[in-house]
Design a protein around this ligand. Sequence first.
Ligand SMILES: [Zn+2]
Length: 348
Amino acid sequence: MDRLPLVVGGGALAAYLWTRNRVRTATPAPPMPVTATTSVDPRLPGRWVWPVQSWKGRIPVISDGFKSPRPGLPRHGGVDIMYERLPADTFKQGTPHGAKWHVMPDDVTVVAAHDGVVWSAMPSPTGIAVVIDHSPLKAATFYAHLETLAVKETARAESKQRVRAGELLGTVGLNPLDGERLRHLHFELWLGGPNDRIDPEEIMKRWDVVDDPRRGVLVARNGGFHYRPVGASGEPYPSWVRELVGRAGVYLIRDAETAELLYVGSSTGRLYDTLTRHFQTWRRWKKFWKGQYAEGHDPGLTYKRDSVEVAVRVTRADQALDEEARLIRRLRPRDNLLGQPVDDEVPF
Ligand SMILES: [Zn+2]
C-alpha cells in the first residue's frame, strides 16, 4: 500500500521536504552515512540505522505507516519502507518496482537497525523474515519480505550470529501473498516482545541512513585504503572478494610483509575476474586468458596469494579507468611503473 507523501500537503513543510529531497538527490551517493545522529530515545541508546540503505543519495521513507487499515486484515503491524518517487523515475506504477508515490529498485540491501544477535532468519510464505534480538535492551527488530538472506538461517538464535548496526541482512523483496506484489521492506520495532510492537516512525527520524554495506566494507571513510589478505592458493576467496563479481572499480595489491605497493588495476565491470587473475598462475601457463578480455591484456603479473594484501574501491563503471590512472600517478606502484613514463607531480 502506498501512502501519499507529505510533499503534496502544501505549505512550509512541503516546501522543506521538496528542497531537502532535491538537495539529497542532486549529489552523488556518499559512501557512508548521509546523516550522523544517534537515537536519543532513552529506551534505545546507541547507534540505530534505517533498515534500508540509501539509494543513489536518496534516503528511504515510510511508504505505509503503522496501524494503517488493511481491508479484510488486521491493521498494519509495522511500517513499510521504500523511496519517494521522483519525476525522473521510470518504474511503472502497478509493477513490483513502483507504486503511485514510491519506488523500490532491485538489489537494495536490508541492514540491521542496531547491534544484536540474529534470533531467527528463515523463509516464510510471505518471504524471508529476520528477527534481531537487541539484548540487553528489551528490544527486537523484525524484517519481512526479503528476497535474499545474507546471514545464516537460524531459529532461536542457534547460529549465535552477531550483527552490528548497518550490517547486511539481505535484500528487499516482496510478499508473494500480497496481491500488489510490490517490493518493500516491512519493518517492526518490538519493545518487549512481538506483542509490544510500537510505531517506530518518530524514533526513526533520528536514525542514520547507511549506504549499501557491500560497498561500505570496501570503502574507507577517510578515502584511504583498507588492505586485507586474500587467503592462500586453493582456498576459497573471502566473501568481500567474491562480492566484486560484476562490479567496477580499482584494486591495489601490496606486499604483505613490506607493505610496498606492487600494482594498481581496474575493471569497468569484472572486478572479481580482473583482480583474481593476478593469482591464477596455472591459468596463465595454459594461456587461458588469451583473447578473453576486451578490456584486458595478458594478466601480466601474477602474485602469490598468501604473500600479498589487497584493497579495493568500488566505483561507477565510467570512473574506474580515471581512478586507476589517478592512483598510479599518485602512488607509483612498483610493477605498473616498469617501463612506463611517469607524469610529474599532480595536485590531489
Ligand atoms: Zn508492511
